[in-house]
Design a protein around this ligand. Structure first.
Ligand code: NI
Length: 223
């Protein structure tokens, strides 16, 4: 299941992120690629050793965690550091699958889900779609600035070549408390339904039994 999160960043937040990124050096993206992806990865990434990058990552992750659907979509236990990437004309990230384990040697996490938060207006560049191979065929994702997609890190995916302008995005990976996609989807559906029923004014007593079921499924499945 892939889930689109709209409006993770408001226009003023995007302006702030872009402004701060303009003060950080961008380096060859191959430096953070796993062995399998190194040969097909051609992009630039904000230098993660710059303290300004750390602060910006926190700002973006806080916004992501505040989004009402993020918790339901991901059941996040831990997140990797964020990468801010830029693709200029001719740059691309060929078909690959993400490393299963990421992070420092003594603190690796399992990458159940990946996300891409788009930071540039789609009208400002050509190409640059995130293309995800799914059971239904290839899904082409090109979202508006401030919107994000959460998708299975174990899928085969690529970033189509940018032909004009520049594609700016933040990407990261999530270790989920519920690693199995099917179980996560059941919890997602139940939680979304629960919130819609609450918004429609269903009595608290009725919701309580649903809350109990969601909590107990989480207890059964979380690991
Ligand atoms: Ni990837």
């Amino acid at each position: 299941m892939t889930i689109i999160l709209q409006g993770v960043l408001a226009p003023e937040d995007i302006a702030r992120v872009r402004g701060e990124l303009s003060e950080i050096a961008f380096i060859d993206g191959k430096r953070t690629a796993g062995a399998a992806a190194r040969g097909v990865k051609q992009n630039l990434q904000a230098d993660g050793s710059d303290p300004k990058a750390h602060a910006l990552e926190r700002f973006v992750v806080d916004a992501l965690r505040r989004h009402p659907l993020f918790e339901f979509a991901a059941r996040p236990a831990r997140l990797t550091r964020l990468l801010f990437s830029r693709y200029e004309p001719g740059m691309t990230y060929g078909a690959h699958t993400d490393d299963a384990l990421m992070g420092p040697a003594d603190d690796k996490l399992r990458t159940d889900l990946a996300f891409t938060l788009f930071l540039e207006d789609s009208s400002k560049y050509e190409g640059g779609a995130l293309v995800i191979d799914s059971a239904l065929g290839e899904q082409e994702i090109k979202l508006e600035a401030g919107d994000a997609i959460v998708y299975p890190a174990g899928s085969i995916h690529y970033v189509a070549p940018v032909t004009s302008g520049a594609r700016l995005a933040a990407v990261g990976w999530i270790e989920s408390f519920v690693p199995e996609a099917g179980k996560r989807e059941i919890l997602f559906d139940l939680s979304v339904t629960r919130d819609r029923l609450a918004a429609a004014g269903v009595a608290r007593d009725e919701l309580l039994r649903l809350d109990k079921s969601i909590s107990n499924l989480l207890r059964m499945w979380a690991r």
